[in-house]
Design a protein around this ligand. Structure first.
Ligand code: UDX
Length: 443
């Protein structure tokens, strides 16, 4: 099939590349001239494991091309994906200006029937708005379909190629047939394509993300209670996760969820609820708890060192909002670094992928170490913010020699308590008792 993808951000690029991989002819359109130039020169602007192999293969074989010209890009396309940003406005609602602008532009240049697909996460009712904006100037038949994307950063290609399910919101039989044909190669293993109306599809995406954010937040609150009640959240997770009604995944307590989706989507769904005059109490709590959870380790730091951290060096391992990405949107690392700096500390940081992105925001206010160990040189304590596998089994002998004190504030529970006790560490984690040792000087 011939497809167009408008918007070459995270979702657009993965969508375009993966559909080229299943044999379609894909043209990606973006207004950003420099980005399109880069893509045409084989440079992928995001870090996503596995994307490069598919990207290079499909570009080489001529199935994946890039342009800044919308009219040229959509020429002959049976399906046109809209994968445009929906940044949160002042009040938390998703801003639709990019999507609606493209919808208005599409009307007059559509020359044959096409299915226009909303891939971006958009509020309930958007498909109708997109339809109206295109219809204003359209001369041909078209359908607007809502097809939300559920991919996770870091495993986006796998999620796209083997989706748990595909959700398609449309009442048009013609559009259903087109979408079924397009997704057939991705659901061969038997996972369902679920058809519903446009509004339900739009709501499904928010419900999925808000549910997962709630699941994490619930565990974070259980963890906070465990710390007070002398229980261990790791055991609770195993104890409840084995109940198939609850499920094992997304039960890891930590210093809050971040990223480009959960915070934004929970906020947007809360705004939708408000618009429909519904008091969605659970969502309000989720947002409130998560804001606090992100900086949960700070009181431990202050209790340990006092509230004035002048003269102290705190090393931070992990800046990205989660492992396998360079994305620092809504990352707890930034809140923690800012608070540590404000309290007078010197902060040295290391992350395998996200250093440049943080440098663009934090500039020279912190020290960027070239290895995880270099960050520990003369550090008074280590704070772990992102659970990169690299941090799980470090060379502790090397760490002990480098650090001034054996003190770790672990926001992601990457070490076992016994392991920390044996090595005489003072160790604060989430939802587990604090390990404190009388001796924390260098051995
Ligand atoms: C998420 C959804 O999973 C995806 O379906 C949607 O399309 C976009 O949003 P993503 O933002 O890439 O994907 O990250 P995800 O892996 O879901 O993690 C989100 C956040 O939750 C991260 O900050 C992560 O650290 C946190 N998290 C996740 C936990 O704190 N505990 C967990 O058990 C799982």
């Amino acid at each position: 099939m011939k497809l167009a993808v408008v918007g070459t951000g995270y979702v657009g690029l993965v969508t375009g590349t993966c559909f080229a991989e299943t044999g379609n002819q894909v043209t990606c359109v973006d207004i950003d001239v420099r980005k399109v130039e880069k893509l045409n020169n084989g440079i992928i602007p995001i870090y996503e494991p596995g994307l490069d192999i598919l990207f290079n293969r499909n570009v080489e074989q001529g199935r994946l091309t890039f342009t800044t010209d919308l009219e040229e890009g959509i020429k002959g396309a049976e399906v046109i994906f809209l994968a445009l940003p929906t940044p949160p406005g002042e009040d938390g609602s998703a801003d639709l200006k990019y999507i609606l602008k493209v919808a208005s532009d599409l009307g007059p240049i559509l020359s044959q029937y096409a299915v226009i697909v909303d891939k971006s996460t958009v509020p309930v009712g958007t498909a109708e708005k997109v339809h109206a904006h295109i219809a204003d100037n359209a001369k041909v038949d078209f359908d607007v379909v809502s097809n939300p994307e559920f991919l996770r950063e870091g495993v986006a290609v796998e999620d796209f190629m083997k989706p748990d399910r595909v959700v398609i919101g449309t009442k048009s039989e013609r559009a259903k047939t087109v979408m079924n044909r397009l997704y057939a190669p991705l659901v061969r293993q038997g996972n369902p394509v679920i058809f519903m109306d446009e509004r339900s599809a739009e709501m499904t995406k928010y419900a999925a993300n808000a549910f997962l954010a709630t699941k994490i937040t619930f565990m974070n609150e259980i963890a906070n209670l465990c710390e007070r009640a002398g229980a261990n959240v790791d055991d609770i997770r195993r104890g409840i996760g084995t109940d198939s009604r609850i499920g094992k995944r997304f039960l890891f307590a930590g210093i809050g969820y971040g990223g480009s989706c959960f915070p934004k989507d929970v906020q947007a769904l809360a705004k939708t609820a408000k618009d429909f005059d519904y008091d969605f109490k659970v969502l309000k709590s989720v947002m409130e708890v998560n804001d606090k959870q992100k900086v949960k380790m700070l009181p431990y730091v202050m209790n340990h060192f006092g509230s004035d951290l002048t003269g102290k060096t705190i090393a931070v391992w992990g800046l990205a909002f989660k492992p396998y990405t360079d994305d620092i949107r809504e990352a707890p690392a930034l809140d923690n670094i800012r608070a540590l700096l404000e309290a007078g500390a010197k902060v040295t940081v290391y992350d395998p992928e996200a250093m440049e992105n943080v440098r663009n925001i934090m500039g020279n206010s912190i020290v960027y170490a070239h290895t995880q160990y270099a960050a520990l040189d003369d550090a008074d304590a280590l704070m772990i913010v992102t659970e990169w596998p690299l941090f799980r089994t470090p060379d502790f002998d090397k760490m002990n020699l480098l650090m001034k004190n054996r003190v770790i504030f672990d926001g992601r529970n990457v070490y076992e308590l016994d392991q920390m006790r044996e090595m005489n560490y003072t160790y604060y984690s989430v939802g587990r008792e604090a390990v404190t040792t009388p001796v924390e000087q260098k051995a």
